[in-house]
Design a protein around this ligand. Sequence first.
Ligand code: SAM
Length: 233
Amino acid sequence: MEKQTIDFDADPVASTEYDARARKALPGYEEMHTMALSFLKLHLPETANLLIVGAGTGMELVKLGKSNSQWQLLGVDPSNNMLAIAQQKITQNDLSNRVKLFQGYTHDLPKTPLYDAATCILVMHFLPDDGSKLALLQSIAQRLKSSAAFVLVDMFGEKGSGEFEKTAAIIKIFWEDMGMSSEQINEILERINTMVYPIAESRTIELLQQAGFGNITRFYTGLWIGGWLATII
Ligand SMILES: C[S@@+](CC[C@H](N)C(=O)[O-])C[C@H]1O[C@@H](n2cnc3c(N)ncnc32)[C@H](O)[C@@H]1O
């Protein structure tokens, strides 16, 4: 069972400012979600059920929910505050009959139904690589049908390596150019230092394979954020 290392409910600002901050801090945030949707459209039938792990304030739920009127989605997240914002968006977009929420962890979900696809976007990097990342991926894989599609997006790289430090230096300039204050930048860097556990891409692929995923392709790179497509094999 994976440990929780970040609590989005501990800081009320984390949820209320999340949408605006994500668009500034994460290079290509909107486009990355659009590319994930393109993959899912290619892979999935008209009628499908999707599991959205770490649904947060509802970006995937609304984007995927609006794109196909026959997809059913379940958003899973431990944070009350994040899910409250997601619920508002679900209601505003008239998606309540097809988009449901579950407060908790993937391992708390029943083992059935099995899903046609899952996403885990910007979540796994909050878990240390002490068995917790693998447990998260396994808890998702166990709830997917054979050949199901999976989208993983995560911060990657090896902290302390020259490559990582170079990317960190670039991203600081990127954030300044995106209009973030030095206070905001320092706050995020502090959070990354203490609460984020990026791993090398080779390790991400190894964990995906150990959890039962194959056909792994990187579809997105936004400086130190990477995105991978995979299917259950
Ligand atoms: C950075 S947000 C990402 C939200 C959304 N996926 C997006 O792309 O904007 C991370 C979310 O993951 C949730 N989370 C943290 N640990 C989790 C876990 N072990 N399982 C599922 N969700 C988790 C947090 O509560 C938070 O809402």
